[in-house]
Design a protein around this ligand. Structure first.
Ligand SMILES: [Fe+2]
Length: 168
C-alpha cells in the first residue's frame, strides 16, 4: 500500500493496531499462565477480555470507513512478544518473573497508547467524528491497564522480588 495522504497513513496505522491487538490476544494467555501473583493474573485476565472487545471495536472502525479488517505487521509488538517469551524462559515462577512480566505488559500498553493516541489525533484532524469516541474508549482502557500494572508492581510484586534478590 502506497501512503500518500494522512488518510492512507491512518488506514495503515489502523491495520498495524489491529495486528498488535491480535498478537496481544495470543500472548496474554501465556502471561496469565506464567504469572504467580493472583492480582497480576487477574489484571492480565481482565485485560485479555478488554482486548477481545478492542479487536471488535477496531472491526467497527474498519466498517465505518467502508473497509474490511486487515492486518499490517507491527515489528514493535513482535519484538515485545519475543522479549516476554525470553523473560519467561529465563525465570522461574515467582515475584522476580512477575516483576519482569509487569515490565513487558507495560511496554505493550505504552505501545498501544502510542497507536491509539495517534489514531485519535489523526481521526480528529480528518474529521472522522464517529470514529473518534470509539478509539478514545480503547485509549482510556489502555491507560487504565497501565496504571493497574503500576499499582500491582508497587503494592504487590516489587518488594517481594527485592527480598528474593537479597536472599540469594
Ligand atoms: Fe489493547
Amino acid at each position: 500500500m502506497k501512503i500518500e495522504s494522512l488518510n492512507d497513513l491512518f488506514e495503515h496505522t489502523l491495520q498495524m493496531t489491529y495486528y498488535t491487538e491480535n498478537q496481544i490476544t495470543k500472548a496474554l494467555p501465556q502471561m496469565i499462565e506464567a504469572a504467580q501473583n493472583p492480582e497480576l493474573k487477574q489484571a492480565f485476565s481482565q485485560h485479555l477480555q478488554e482486548t477481545e472487545q478492542q479487536v471488535q471495536r477496531l472491526e467497527q472502525v474498519f466498517q465505518a470507513m467502508g473497509q474490511k479488517p486487515e492486518e499490517t505487521t507491527c515489528p514493535i509488538i513482535d519484538a515485545s512478544v519475543k522479549a516476554c517469551e525470553k523473560l519467561i524462559s529465563h525465570t522461574e515462577t515467582g515475584a522476580v518473573r512477575d516483576a519482569g512480566l509487569i515490565h513487558c505488559g507495560q511496554g505493550v500498553e505504552h505501545l498501544e497508547m502510542t497507536h491509539y493516541g495517534t489514531l485519535v489525533a489523526w481521526a480528529q484532524s480528518l474529521r472522522l467524528e464517529q470514529i473518534v469516541p470509539v478509539l478514545q474508549q480503547t485509549l482510556a482502557e489502555e491507560k487504565n491497564a497501565d496504571e493497574v500494572l503500576s499499582r500491582c508492581a508497587n503494592e504487590q510484586v516489587n518488594e517481594g522480588a527485592a527480598r528474593m534478590a537479597n536472599a540469594a
